[in-house]
Design a protein around this ligand. Structure first.
Ligand code: FAD
Length: 385
């Protein structure tokens, strides 16, 4: 008779959290199957489509180290020492995050990061199934049903337990909600975002200071720009949905250009394809997701954005998702039954996620409205001394 505990799990979503969790578990001897709705980005190219780069902080790096992923990720990362504030009068000021370069954050490319983590999961022995979109779940029979949207085929598989790493619009969360009320509510921000690009200079270099997170704070709205290792910057414009100016009031690309001429004059010459970028990238919505419960006994559990999507102004959604992965893997390794492990993980991570969600909302006000306020700057300077 086999007395070995059953160490098998099915992860939904091979994004940032799904790929890291798969690596951590597979390296500890778990049999891990990962189902991802998109094609394999290592074969087909990355089709992520939003927030091209991300700020990676020490919390996230610490989690990556647990999977020996940090070195591979850091080869593509660009250091950001602080905020480079672009004042309305065209002057610049670097506001350091810490005392020196031991306290910095890093800009990483979402697609490259995802591919690095998928490679590690693959090497660790996780089984990756692409073009498999979770469609529905029979929790009583423990059967998950998937669709291959390209081939138009249906697939199903049995499972011991499901882990939802399928992002803010999680299909697993919707299926769990049908089984047991998770107490879900979403609060949408009255601002959205649009991504634009600063290409390299004619001689192939960065066009502005590479080792900073650039901010153009303008009161009710702002632009930020993060560097990419191919010497580009991804610019994100955060703007109200309604009012003036807003995504509703900017009806044409000429309106968008006029806004940049007036409020982001030093950024405009850096974005030669403003019109194309504006038309290609629709505004992205921003919301905070709150759940009362993250798991259904030992059958299903959520992590990352599927459990606690947040607005991006603290740059901590991915970092927090990575911490979830480490916490869940540790609880599972403790050898308790799955229901106990999922409950322990939720008890540990839910208050942390709630605190970061709150800080992310607060930081929006600070970034768009206060980083160019002399009183605020003086107070920050005094706090650092
Ligand atoms: P995701 O990265 O969304 O991955 C989910 C995966 O599940 C995807 O691969 C998706 O294809 C797959 N999937 C979805 N549905 C299904 C299905 N039905 N079946 C199978 N697979 C499915 N965080 C930071 O830490 N720093 C930042 O600087 C930062 N900046 C951001 C900027 C913007 C504009 C936005 C919107 C977010 C930002 N974030 C940032 C947050 C970060 O993007 C998320 O927190 C992070 O991606 C969460 O990872 P995840 O794996 O939980 O979800």
């Amino acid at each position: 008779m086999n007395n070995q505990p059953d160490k098998s799990l099915t992860i939904i979503g091979a994004g940032l959290a799904g790929a890291l969790l798969a690596t951590l578990l597979a390296r500890s001897g778990w049999q891990v199957d990962v189902y991802e709705k998109r094609g394999d980005p290592r074969v087909k190219g990355y089709e992520g489509g939003r927030s091209i780069n991300l700020a990676l902080a020490e919390r996230g790096r610490n989690a990556l180290r647990q999977a020996d992923a940090d070195d591979a990720v850091m080869t593509q990362a660009v250091m950001m020492r602080g905020r480079m504030v672009h004042f309305a009068d065209g002057t610049l000021q670097l506001q350091r995050y810490g005392r020196d370069d031991s306290e910095v954050i890093w800009s990483v490319h979402r697609g490259d990061l995802n591919i690095t983590l998928l490679d590690l999961a693959d090497k660790a022995g996780a089984r990756l199934h692409f073009d498999r979109r979770l469609d529905s779940v029979d929790f009583d029979a423990r059967v998950a049903r998937f669709r291959d949207d390209r081939a138009g085929q249906a697939h199903e598989t049995g499972f011991r337990a499901l882990v939802g790493a399928d992002g803010a619009g999680s299909a697993l969360r919707a299926a769990m909600n049908r089984q047991a009320d998770l107490g879900e509510r979403s609060e949408f921000l009255d601002h959205s975002y649009k991504e634009l690009e600063i290409p390299p200079s004619a001689d192939g270099d960065f066009r502005i200071e590479p080792n900073a997170l650039h901010i153009w704070p303008r009161g009710r709205y702002m632009c930020i720009a993060l560097p990419n290792d191919e010497k580009t910057f991804t610019v994100t414009l955060f703007l109200p949905n309604e009012g003036d100016p807003s995504f509703a009031s900017l009806k044409t690309v000429a309106d968008a250009r006029a806004l940049f001429e007036r409020d982001f004059a030093d950024a405009l010459p850096l974005i030669p394809d403003l019109e194309e970028d504006w038309q290609r990238n629709p505004p992205g919505l921003l919301a905070t997701l709150y759940l009362d419960r993250w798991h259904i006994d030992g059958r299903a559990v959520l992590l990352g954005d599927a459990a606690h999507a947040m607005v991006p102004f603290h740059g901590q959604g991915m970092n927090c998702a990575f911490e979830d992965c480490v916490a869940l893997a540790r609880k599972l390794e403790a050898g308790v039954d799955l229901a106990e492990a999922f409950a322990g993980y939720e008890a540990e991570r839910k208050p942390n996620a709630a605190a970061i969600q709150h800080m992310a909302l607060e930081n929006y006000l600070e970034m768009r409205d206060r980083v160019d306020d002399p009183d605020f700057l003086l107070q920050r300077e005094l706090e650092r001394k």
